[in-house]
Design a binder for this molecule. Structure first.
Ligand SMILES: O=C(O)CCC(=O)C(=O)O
Length: 363
């Protein structure tokens, strides 16, 4: 075990207090840096890129066979798509799409765009039915209420399991729209591009990019799998730690385990009993245990002092509430967006993404 780091100043909290900042080598490490640099340059300018032919025809056929039985009823509204069927909590239901979620080419980008121990936010199968209308255009990290323009807080992949054509519901993207401010909405005059690509390819985009499922004017369905990933300090769209039984988690790659939340964001976010949770160390819980216990599974809910509930930070780990340090940047001990934004901005500049960031909005 590492020696605990001394904490004397507020800046020391950026370190690994729990001495458990587990970083397994990412499968993305195997991708040539020049390839990743080129992909990132295209993302910075257009907000999206197509990664062609990453899966074989056999991979696609296997995925098609595995996910078809998982598809539910058609959607409840025009956004979900009234002729579109989806499957949720897919991690718990099949291993057929793991190879998409931790694909090295995708992880290589995420490793540079997001902070270490980023999370899987959503994993869905989307089968756009014949005759479906175009989906309402949107951007996917809109649920995080931070003004734009700003860096993307999450990123998405949409994998073509069937070929995406201009008329079968290919995802339609609005190039450059990741730069838009919070007020701007798509106009008919804005440029749109259907993500036309062979089966086995994926479109990768920043979640600040406006897009939508395309209209399917053909007489055949369009099958896709979408995986989204978010910063490790945000709430994910799907609750994978609840929906994925631990006997399944134990079978997954280290990348998948950390992305499901078996990881920590320093100093202590998502800890369990002062440690980073590991799939190996957690007891196997039954489904009824899981529904009875709120996350984090099996941990007593800490009784924070009032100042902590008001937004301050505890002095010590999750199992040991203590006095709140009051030398935090905000007037009432809050770690405000204004306080963290310059750090986010610096990270973006370090990663060559300065064009995505206008730090003055929070200044
Ligand atoms: O199916 C697609 O191509 C995109 C779907 C989408 O953007 C969504 O449902 O949020």
């Amino acid at each position: 075990m590492k020696t605990p780091v001394p904490v004397n100043r507020i800046d020391d909290l950026a370190q690994d207090l729990a001495a458990r900042h587990h970083r397994t080598p990412s499968a993305g490490d195997q991708i040539d840096k020049a390839v990743v640099d080129a992909d990132l340059a295209q993302l910075a300018s257009d907000g999206y890129l197509i990664l062609p032919n990453l899966l074989s025809a056999k991979d696609c056929a296997d995925i098609r066979r595995a996910v078809h039985p998982l598809l539910g009823e058609p959607g409840r509204n025009a956004f979900e798509g009234v002729k579109t069927r989806r499957a949720y909590s897919v991690m718990a239901k099949t291993r057929a799409v793991d190879q998409l979620v931790d694909h090295p080419r995708v992880l290589a980008l995420l490793d540079r765009l997001l902070d270490p121990n980023y999370l899987l936010s959503q994993l869905q199968v989307i089968d756009i039915g014949a005759g479906e209308s175009a989906q309402i255009e949107h951007f996917d990290d809109a649920m995080y209420p931070i003004p734009r323009p700003r860096p993307a807080l999450s990123a998405a992949t949409v994998w073509a399991i069937d070929e995406f054509t201009p008329d079968n519901g290919a995802t339609v993207v609005l190039p450059g729209s990741h730069h838009w401010d919070s007020q701007r909405r798509p106009a008919t005059s804005d440029k749109r591009r259907p993500a036309v690509m062979p089966a086995g390819s994926c479109v990768f985009f920043l979640d600040t990019l406006w897009h939508g499922g395309g209209a399917n004017t053909t007489d055949r369905n369009r099958l896709a799998v979408t995986a989204q990933y978010c910063q490790p300090w945000l709430r994910s769209q799907e609750a994978f730690a609840l929906s994925t039984p631990q006997d399944i988690v134990r079978q997954l790659s280290p990348d998948l385990q950390r992305m499901l939340g078996y990881s920590i964001h320093p100093p202590i976010c998502r800890g369990s009993q002062r440690n980073a949770p590991t799939a190996a160390s957690w007891p196997a819980l039954t489904m009824s245990d899981r529904t009875a216990v709120a996350p984090p599974l099996g941990c007593a809910r800490p009784q924070w002092p009032a100042a902590s509930r008001a937004g301050g930070r505890p002095r010590d780990g999750a199992s040991k509430p203590g006095k709140i340090r009051t030398n935090s940047p905000g007037a009432q001990g809050y770690w405000s967006v204004a306080a963290v934004a310059p750090r986010i901005g610096q990270q973006c500049r370090d990663r060559g993404l300065s064009s995505l960031w206008d730090g003055r909005r929070y200044g």
